[in-house]
Design a protein around this ligand. Sequence first.
Ligand SMILES: [Zn+2]
Length: 254
Amino acid sequence: METKQVLYQLRTKAGLSQDALAEKLYVTRQAVSRWETGETVPNTDTLKLLSGVFGVSINTLLGAPRQLICQCCGMPLEDPMISREKDGTLNEQYCKWCYADGEYMYHDMDDLIAVCVKNMASAEHPEEEVRAYLKEKLPQLDYWKRYTELGGEGKFEEFKQTLIGEINALQVEGMPKLTKLNALVGSYVNLEYRLPNGTAVKFLDDEKTYLGNQLECEFGGDRCFGVLANMEFILICTYEKNGENPELLIYKKR
Ligand SMILES: [Zn+2]
């Protein structure tokens, strides 16, 4: 699809008139009309604004000429998986798992490989094969090439260690010592808890990235512990396979 069709479709789907869209973008209605007839294409600044208004990547606005790839983990990116900056603008370089709120989530390639192997391995592609593939592929990605230059890992790593300390200090019965926190996207871990009064609640934002992990119960059984945290809170719950029958143990503001 060309930009003119993309823009027309996004605008009409959003129920906006050309006038209304023009106002949001600080341009004239004629400018919007010219984009939709294909006479002109929005400039870079306007593309950024359009990306914000419609919540789609600039790549999509341009008719998806490139396949976006997360420059940290190598995952092909569809718009809903693209990371966001603190101000909510899309960062088309990374997926939500690898970059969130202005922070890079992985500072150790082996950590990332361990997480990816878990998600990617299958009967057809066993773990060893996936690991070997990633070991060759990841160093070619921009993030790992510019890793030392991007820096900043010290501060974030420190924050992670602080959180791990706070979580272990809660001394949850049966929960083994937490040693690692991974990046997890809200929509995948946003379990619904039933409160004693019968109401069901969710605590997370589907769009946000959190730090978390899953731990086996020290006493065995089929329930595991789920830990989730960020700057604002720590949440600990238990659940069965695939997050079934979740039970909230602790929700603590930091
Ligand atoms: Zn990624």
